[in-house]
Write a protein that binds this ligand. Structure first.
Ligand code: HEC
Ligand code: HEC
Ligand code: HEC
Ligand code: HEC
Ligand code: HEC
Ligand code: HEC
Ligand code: HEC
Length: 633
C-alpha cells in the first residue's frame, strides 16, 4: 500500500492510518538551541578577495546589454545570435519565436492529454484527461517565460504572485516536437517550483527572495531575459561611466576581461553555469547569485559529483568534468580551457565549424599532430572533432554533454565501471578543490549537507549514516546558527525514523530563519511524520502566507487538518489546492473523504470517481477504492 501511496505522492497521508513500524534510533542528548555565540561569521569574497578589479564589489550595479552595445556593437550583434545570447525569452506578442508552433502540440501520455494552444495573443499549456474527456478538470497555465534557445529544447515558466513554476510540457529541439518536460511524473506533479539556480544559469539577473523556494523580486528580469555580457564580465556601471567620460586606462580594472584572469578564475566564469555536478551546496552564509566574474566560484558554491563508479548510471557528466579528464588538459598543464575552443561571443556556422575547430586544435597540435595518415583523415574532411569529439546522438536531455569533451584518442570502448562502491567510498565526491578552496572544516560541512540530503532521499548503508551524522554534528558544533545544516540534520533524522528529533532540528532551522520556506517545509513534513499535526498546520499557515500560489503548501495544511479529523478545514484546503491545480488526484481523493465525513456520501462518491478518473494506474485506483471504503466505513 505504501508503494501505491508513494505512486500518487501521498505518503504523508498514508501515515495517518498506516503505521509503518518505524524503528526508533536511540535518542541522544537534547539539541542546544541555536546560539551564534562565538561562531565565525561567513566571509563575503566580494568584500575581501584580493583583486585589482573594482567591479567585483557588491555596490557596483548591473546595467544590461543595451548599455554595452553602443560602444561594442560588433560583439553585441554576434553575441545575440549565440544560443547564450538567446537563452530565454518572454512569451509575448512580438516574440522572436512562435511558442505554440510545431509538431505534437497536443498528445496523450500516461493517461493525460497535454496541449499547447494559442488563446488570444498568449500561449497556454493545458493538462486534462487522455482521450479528450471534456468535462474532467483541466490544469491550464499561461506560458510566461521560455527557457532555452531551442537548439536542444525549451522549457516554460509561469509566474504567479512572484513565484515561478515550470510547465509539464517542453519543446524538444532535436526531435522537433513537444513532449513531457524531462523528469516529470504526471501522476505526482504537473508543475514544479523553478528554484533560483535554474534561472541563474538560464537568465540574466534573476533576484531570488532570500530563503524562498521559487519567489523572485518583481518585476522579474526587468532589464532582459537572456544571459548578458555582465554574467561573464561583471557589473558594468563603473566601466560605462569611466569610458563615457573618456578614460583610457592602460589596464582597465573597471571591468573583467576573463582572458586576463589566472587560469582557475577564468574557468570559474564558465563554471558558474557549466559545472552542474550532481549536487551543489551554497557556501555558508552565501548564495550563488552573489558570485561575480573575477572571484573564485568555489567560495560561493561547493559542487559534488557522483563517484566515478556511479557516473554512467547517473549520466550527469558535463563539459567540465569531461574536459578535465582529457589528455589535452593534463598534457597542457591545465591550459586547455573552454575558450581554447569556444568563442563566447559567436558560434561558428555549421559550414564553418570543421575548419574553425581544426584551427583551435592546431593552436596546440600544429607540431604534435594526428598520427592517423592524411588520406584516412581526408575521408572525414579532416574534421578533428568528428573523430575525437563525437556527438552522442541518443541523448536528448539537457544538462548532459552531448559532445564528448573527453577528447579521446579513439571512440569510447565501453563502460568498465563496476557500479559498486567499496567500503569507505561515498556516492558523492567533491569536485576537485582549486587554489581558493575554503577551509577543510567548511568543506566537510558542505559534504555533510550534500550527502545527508542524498541519503535522506535514497537511503544509505549504516556506515554511511554514521559518517554523515558525525560530520553534521561537527558542523553544528562549529556553527550552531547555520540553518541549512539544521535542515539536513532534520531530513537525516526523519529518514532514520527519529521523528521527534527531526522536528526539533527543523524548529532550530526555523528559529534561525523564520521566513525560510525550505526550513518551514521541512518542519511541516517532519511534524506530520511525527504525528504533531498542530505544528504542521502552523508551519503550513506561514508557508501559505509566504507563497500563496503554492498548491503544495495548501496540500500540506489539508493533510494536517485531515489527520486532525477537522474535516471542514481539510475540505477547504483541498478545494484551495484544486483551485490552483485541478488535476491533482491525491487532493481530490482527500476531498472525497472529507465530503463524505461531513455527511454528503453522494458528493463524496462523486469526488472519488473524479479522483479515480484522474489516476492513470489501475493498481493505484484499486488501492484508493479500498481505502475509501475503509475510511468512510
Ligand atoms: C562608452 C563606450 C563604452 C561602453 C558603453 C562600454 N565599453 Fe567596454 N570598452 C570601451 C573601450 C573604448 C574599451 C577599450 C578598447 C576595446 O577593447 O574595445 C573597452 C574595453 C572593454 C573590455 C576589455 C577590457 C580589457 O581589459 O581587455 C571589456 C571586457 C568590455 N569593454 C566590456 C564592456 C561591457 C560588458 C560593457 C557594458 C556593460 C561595456 N564594455 C560598455 C568602451 C565602452
Ligand atoms: C549565466 C550562465 C552561463 C555562463 C556564465 C556561461 N554559460 Fe555557456 N551556456 C549557458 C546556457 C544556459 C547555455 C544554453 C543556451 C541555450 O541554448 O539556451 C549555454 C550554452 C553554451 C554553449 C553551447 C552553444 C551551442 O552550440 O548551443 C557553449 C559553447 C558555451 N555555453 C560556452 C560557454 C563558455 C566558454 C563560457 C565561459 C566563458 C560560458 N559558456 C559561460 C549558460 C552560461
Ligand atoms: C548549473 C546551471 C544550470 C542549471 C541549474 C539548469 N540548467 Fe538548463 N542548461 C544549462 C546549460 C549550461 C545548458 C546547455 C546545454 C548543456 O550544457 O548540456 C542547459 C540546457 C538547457 C535546456 C536546453 C536549451 C537549449 O540549448 O535549447 C533547457 C530547456 C534547460 N536547460 C532547462 C532548464 C531548467 C528548466 C532548469 C531548472 C529547472 C535548468 N535548466 C537548470 C545549465 C543549467
Ligand atoms: C559567456 C561569457 C561571455 C559573455 C556573455 C560575453 N563575453 Fe565578452 N568576453 C568573454 C571572454 C571569455 C573574453 C575573452 C576572450 C579571449 O580573448 O579569449 C571576452 C572578451 C571581451 C572583450 C575584449 C575584446 C575582445 O574582443 O576579446 C570585450 C570588449 C567584450 N568581451 C565585450 C562583451 C560584450 C559587449 C558582451 C555582451 C554583448 C559580452 N562581451 C558577452 C566572455 C563573455
Ligand atoms: C591547450 C592545448 C590543446 C588544445 C587546444 C588541444 N589539445 Fe589535444 N592535446 C594537448 C596536449 C598537450 C596533448 C598531449 C598529452 C600527452 O601527450 O599526454 C594532447 C593530446 C591529444 C590527443 C591524444 C589523446 C590520447 O589519449 O592519447 C588527442 C586525440 C587530441 N589531443 C586531440 C585534440 C583535438 C581533436 C583538439 C581540438 C578539438 C585538441 N586536441 C585541442 C593539448 C591540446
Ligand atoms: C577541445 C575543444 C573544446 C573544448 C576545450 C571545449 N569544448 Fe565545448 N564543444 C566543442 C565542440 C567541437 C562542440 C560541438 C560543436 C558545437 O556544438 O559547436 C562543443 C559543444 C559544446 C556545447 C554544446 C552542448 C554539447 O555537448 O554538444 C557546450 C554547452 C559546450 N561545448 C561547452 C563547453 C564548456 C563549458 C567548456 C569548458 C569546460 C568546453 N565546452 C570546452 C569543443 C570544445
Ligand atoms: C578520421 C578520423 C580522424 C580525424 C579526422 C582526425 N583524427 Fe586524430 N587520430 C585518429 C585516430 C584513429 C588516432 C589514433 C591513431 C593511433 O592510435 O595510432 C588519432 C590520433 C591523434 C592524436 C594522437 C597522436 C599521437 O602521436 O599519439 C592526436 C594528437 C590527434 N589525433 C589529433 C588530431 C587533430 C588535431 C585532428 C584534426 C586536425 C585529427 N586528429 C583528425 C583519428 C582521426
Amino acid at each position: 500500500m505504501i508503494v501505491a501511496l508513494a505512486l500518487i505522492g501521498v505518503v504523508v497521508v498514508g501515515t495517518v492510518w498506516l503505521r509503518t513500524g518505524r524503528s526508533e534510533t536511540q535518542s541522544s542528548s537534547a539539541d542546544r538551541p541555536p546560539d551564534p555565540g562565538s561562531e565565525s561569521p561567513p566571509v563575503d569574497p566580494r568584500q575581501s578577495f584580493a583583486t585589482p578589479y573594482r567591479n567585483i564589489r557588491p555596490e557596483v550595479k548591473y546595467v544590461g546589454d543595451a548599455a554595452c552595445a553602443t560602444c561594442h556593437d560588433v560583439i553585441a550583434q554576434t553575441y545575440h545570435q549565440h544560443p547564450m545570447g538567446r537563452s530565454a525569452e518572454w512569451v509575448r506578442p512580438g516574440a522572436a519565436v512562435d511558442h505554440a508552433a510545431g509538431a505534437h502540440s497536443s498528445f496523450d501520455t500516461s493517461g493525460y492529454r497535454l496541449s499547447v494552444v494559442h488563446k488570444g495573443d498568449r500561449v497556454w499549456h493545458q493538462v486534462g484527461l487522455a482521450g479528450g474527456d471534456e468535462d474532467a478538470p483541466t490544469y491550464a497555465v499561461r506560458a510566461d517565460l521560455a527557457i532555452g534557445s531551442g537548439s536542444r529544447g525549451r522549457s516554460y515558466v509561469t509566474f504567479d504572485r512572484g513565484a515561478a513554476w515550470q510547465s509539464p510540457v517542453s519543446w524538444f529541439g532535436q526531435r522537433d516536437r513537444w513532449d513531457v518536460s524531462p523528469g516529470f511524473d504526471l501522476a505526482k506533479e504537473i508543475r514544479r517550483p523553478v528554484v533560483a539556480r535554474c534561472l541563474a544559469c538560464h537568465t540574466n539577473q534573476p533576484e531570488p527572495i532570500p530563503d524562498s523556494l521559487n519567489r523572485y523580486r518583481e518585476p522579474v528580469l526587468a532589464t532582459q531575459a537572456s544571459i548578458g555580457c555582465e554574467r561573464c564580465h561583471g557589473p558594468g556601471e563603473l566601466h560605462v561611466k569611466e569610458r563615457e567620460r573618456g578614460d583610457r586606462p592602460a589596464v582597465d580594472t573597471s571591468i573583467v576581461n576573463p582572458v586576463r584572469l589566472p587560469t582557475d578564475l577564468r574557468a570559474d566564469v564558465c563554471r558558474q553555469c557549466h559545472l552542474q555536478g550532481a549536487v551543489q551546496v551554497a557556501r555558508r552564509g552565501l548564495h550563488a547569485g552573489e558570485y561575480r566574474p573575477g572571484l573564485p566560484w568555489e567560495q560561493f558554491v561547493s559542487t559534488f559529483l557522483w563517484h566515478p563508479e556511479l557516473t554512467q548510471a547517473h549520466k550527469s557528466v558535463g563539459q567540465f568534468e569531461q574536459m578535465e579528464a582529457s589528455r589535452c588538459f593534463a598534457g597542457s598543464g591545465g591550459q586547455l580551457n573552454c575558450t581554447s575552443c569556444h568563442d563566447p561571443h559567436a558560434k561558428p556556422t555549421p559550414a564553418a565549424a570543421d575548419a574553425y575547430f581544426r584551427g583551435r586544435c592546431n593552436t596546440c597540435h600544429d607540431s604534435r599532430g594526428c598520427s592517423l595518415p592524411a588520406p584516412a583523415r581526408a575521408e572525414k574532411n579532416d574534421s578533428c572533432v568528428i573523430c575525437h569529439m563525437p556527438r552522442r546522438d541518443s541523448s536528448n536531455v539537457a544538462h548532459v554533454a552531448v559532445t564528448d569533451h573527453r577528447i579521446m584518442r579513439r571512440p569510447d570502448t565501453g563502460d568498465a565501471r563496476t557500479k559498486v562502491l567499496a567500503a569507505g567510498q561515498t556516492p558523492l565526491v567533491a569536485y576537485r578543490p582549486g587554489p581558493h578552496a575554503a577551509s577543510a572544516a567548511e568543506r566537510e560541512r558542505d559534504l555533510a549537507i550534500a550527502l545527508g540530503d542524498e541519503c535522506a532521499r535514497s537511503g544509505a548503508p549504516p556506515g554511511l549514516w554514521a559518517f554523515v551524522e558525525a560530520r553534521l554534528d561537527r558542523a553544528l558544533d562549529l556553527w550552531p546558527a547555520d540553518a541549512p545544516t539544521w535542515i539536513t540534520r532534520s531530513r537525516v533524522r526523519a529518514a532514520r525514523g527519529d521523528g521527534p528529533r527531526a522536528v526539533e532540528a527543523a524548529r532550530n532551522a526555523v528559529a534561525i530563519k523564520p521566513d525560510s520556506e525550505v526550513a518551514l517545509i521541512q518542519l511541516a513534513g517532519a511534524a506530520i511524520a511525527a504525528d504533531d499535526y498542530e505544528s504542521a498546520a502552523r508551519a503550513a499557515e506561514r508557508l501559505i502566507t509566504l507563497n500563496p500560489s503554492s498548491a503544495d503548501h495548501r496540500l500540506t495544511r489539508a493533510t494536517a487538518y485531515f489527520s486532525l479529523k477537522d474535516w471542514a478545514k481539510a475540505e477547504e484546503n483541498c478545494r484551495a489546492v484544486l483551485a490552483i491545480q485541478p488535476v491533482r488526484p491525491n487532493a481530490r481523493f482527500m476531498l472525497a473523504v472529507c465530503v463524505h465525513k461531513r455527511g454528503d456520501a453522494a458528493g463524496g462518491k462523486r469526488e472519488l470517481d473524479l479522483a479515480l478518473r484522474l489516476t492513470p494506474s489501475s493498481e493505484v485506483r484499486a488501492t484508493l477504492s479500498k481505502w475509501y471504503a475503509q475510511l468512510t466505513r
